[in-house]
Design a binder for this molecule. Structure first.
Ligand SMILES: NC(=O)CC[C@H](N)C(=O)O
Length: 483
C-alpha cells in the first residue's frame, strides 16, 4: 500500500473568523492503482496550535511508516522543514517497518494454558519458547516499560487490561532495574507502529533482545474476569508446536509461586553507592527539601530505580546492599535510616530477610515499601497472606487513617498483604486500601518504623504519595535531634 499524506494549512489571507476555516486539515490516504483516490482518512484539527500540528505530523509519520519512501506532503506551510522532520523520524524507526507491517496478518502461533484447563490461542511477539508463571492483571493505562522492568514481577505474566500497548515504543530512561525479570507480557492489541520522541526501539524488539515472551490478540477481558472470579492462576505460555496442550497443562499444575524465594534472583550481588536523582526535567516536587543529607542503607529485595532516585532527590546519601547483607554489617555502618525495598514473591518464603529486619528495627529508623512493608509486618510479629488476585495498577484508592478524609490514588503492585488483625499492640495501621479494606500502611512509633504497601515513587502512576519520602526524612531528623 502506498500512503500519501498532505497537510493543508489555513489560508493566510482568509478574513473569516470561524474556527473551522482557520483550522488546518490533514489527510492520510491510501493511494495506488486499485484504491480510489478519494478514500482514506481525514484528520481535521480544531485549531492550529503547535501541539495539534505536531500531532497531525505524528499521525502522518505513523501511517507513512508503512512505506516511508512514499511520504508526500506538497502543501505544507513549510515543506522543507516538515519533509526533513518526517524523513528523519521515519528513517530513525525504519528498521521496525518489516515487523510492524507483518503484525496484522500474522496467524496464531502461541498458546496460553491456564491451570484451570482453559487454553487461549494468541500471536507471539518478543521471544519464543515455553515459560511458566503466575498470571496477574495490571490496570495501568500507561507505563508498560516501567512495569516490564519492575523486579517485583519476577515469576509473573503481566496481563495489561489497557487494550492498546506498544504505541510509544521503548526508551532507555524509563527502566526500573537492570533487566526484565517478569515471565512474560500479555496484551490485547499490540500497536503496529510506535511514535514517541524518546522511542529508541519497538516493544517487540526490546522483549526479543531480553528473551522475554509476549503475546497479543488474546481476550484479555475474559481472562481478567476469570482471574477476578477465581483468583490468580498459574499459566504456561508456549510457541512450541511440539508440546501438547496436556503437557502444558501438566506443567502449569505442577509449578507454584507460593513459598518460593524470588528475591535472591533479583537482588544486587554487592553493596554499591547510589547517586542518581530524579532528572530535573521530570522533577515534580522540589519544594520543602532541607539541606541536610541523611545516610541511608537500602536493602535491595528487587528495588526500583525510582525509589532510589526519589530518596537521592530528597538529599539522602544511599548505599544499596544485597538482600543477604548481614544486619551486623549494616549496624556497623551506622546509617541514619534503613530502607527495606519492594521485591517479588512470598514474604514468608524469605525468613533470612525477616531475621535481618528484626535485628535492625528498634536501633535505626526504618522505612518499608511493599515487600519491605510485608517483611516489617512479619518482623513485628504479624502475619501475611496471599490475596485473591492482588493489586496491580495506578488507580488504587488508599485512605490515610490519621486524616480519614485524605484519600490518595496510588500505584500498587502486590499479591500478598499484611493481616491487620495479626499485628501486635502498639503497631498502627496507618493506611487502608478502600477497594477491599486491606492494610496499605503501618507504623510502630515506639521503634521509629513506617511502612507502606503502595509505591510512593509511582513510576508509573500518580505522584500523590511522594510525601512518604519526606516523612521518612522527618523521622530520621527527629531521631537525630533526640539522640
Ligand atoms: N511490589 C512488591 O514489592 C511486591 C511485594 C510482594 N512480592 C507481593 O507480591 O505481594
Amino acid at each position: 500500500m502506498r500512503v500519501e499524506t498532505r497537510v493543508r494549512s489555513p489560508s493566510p489571507t482568509s478574513k473569516c473568523r470561524r474556527r473551522s476555516w482557520k483550522s488546518p486539515s490533514f489527510f492520510v490516504k491510501p493511494a495506488g492503482d486499485r484504491v480510489g483516490t478519494r478514500t482514506g482518512y481525514k484528520y481535521h484539527l480544531n485549531h492550529c496550535r503547535n501541539r495539534e500540528r505536531r500531532m497531525a505530523i505524528t499521525v502522518a509519520i505513523n501511517l507513512a511508516l508503512i512505506n516511508p519512501s512514499t511520504l508526500f506532503h506538497p502543501k505544507s506551510p513549510n515543506p522543507s522543514k516538515l519533509r526533513a522532520f518526517t524523513l528523519r523520524c521515519s528513517s530513525a524507526t525504519s528498521t521496525a517497518v518489516p515487523d510492524l507491517a507483518e503484525i496484522p496478518w500474522k496467524t496464531s502461533d502461541a498458546r496460553l494454558v491456564l491451570e484451570d484447563g482453559s487454553i487461549w490461542r494468541a500471536k507471539s511477539f518478543g521471544a519464543s519458547g515455553t515459560q511458566v508463571g503466575e498470571v496477574v492483571f495490571n490496570t495501568s493505562l500507561t507505563g508498560y516499560q516501567e512495569i516490564l522492568t519492575d523486579p517485583s514481577y519476577a515469576g509473573q505474566f503481566v496481563l495489561m487490561t489497557n487494550p492498546h500497548i506498544g504505541n510509544t515504543g521503548v526508551n532507555f530512561d524509563d527502566q526500573e532495574s537492570r533487566q526484565c525479570f517478569l515471565a512474560g507480557l500479555v496484551v490485547r492489541s499490540l500497536s503496529i507502529s510506535t511514535s514517541n520522541w524518546r522511542c529508541a526501539e519497538t516493544l517487540g524488539d526490546y522483549l526479543a533482545e531480553r528473551n522475554i515472551m509476549g503475546i497479543y490478540d488474546i481476550d484479555t477481558r475474559a481472562i481478567t474476569r476469570r482471574l477476578r472470579q477465581d483468583g490468580s492462576l498459574i499459566g504456561v505460555l508456549s510457541t512450541e508446536r511440539t508440546k501438547t496442550d496436556e503437557e502444558l497443562l501438566e506443567m502449569s499444575r505442577s509449578w507454584d509461586i507460593v513459598g518460593v524465594d524470588l528475591i535472591s534472583g533479583v537482588s544486587c550481588k554487592a553493596p554499591h553507592d547510589w547517586v542518581d536523582k530524579t532528572n530535573p526535567e521530570w522533577e515534580f516536587n522540589s519544594s520543602k527539601r532541607g539541606g541536610e543529607a541523611f545516610c541511608v542503607i537500602a536493602y535491595d529485595f528487587g528495588i526500583k530505580h525510582n525509589i532510589l532516585k526519589r530518596l537521592a532527590s530528597y538529599g539522602c546519601k544511599i548505599t544499596v546492599v544485597p538482600s543477604t547483607w548481614p544486619a551486623s554489617e549494616t549496624l556497623k555502618m551506622r546509617p541514619e535510616g534503613v530502607l527495606f525495598s519492594n521485591g517479588p514473591g512470598d514474604p514468608s518464603a524469605v525468613p533470612y530477610a525477616v531475621e535481618t529486619v528484626k535485628e535492625i528495627i528498634g536501633k535505626i529508623p526504618a522505612f518499608g515499601i511493599c515487600m519491605g512493608h510485608q517483611l516489617l509486618g512479619l518482623a513485628l510479629g504479624g502475619k501475611t497472606f496471599k490475596m485473591k488476585f492482588g493489586h496491580h495498577g495506578g488507580n488504587h484508592p488508599v485512605m490515610n487513617m490519621y486524616e480519614p478524609f485524605m484519600t490518595f490514588i496510588l500505584w500498587q503492585n502486590h499479591n500478598y498483604a499484611v493481616d491487620s488483625s495479626s499485628l501486635p499492640e502498639g503497631v498502627v495501621v496507618t493506611h487502608v486500601n478502600l477497594n477491599d479494606g486491606s492494610c496499605a500502611g503501618l507504623a510502630y512509633p515506639a521503634q521509629n518504623i513506617m511502612s507502606i504497601q503502595y509505591h510512593p515513587e509511582a513510576s508509573p502512576g500518580p505522584h500523590d504519595s511522594d510525601y512518604a519520602f519526606r516523612e521518612f526524612i522527618q523521622l530520621m531528623k527527629k531521631v537525630k535531634v533526640n539522640s
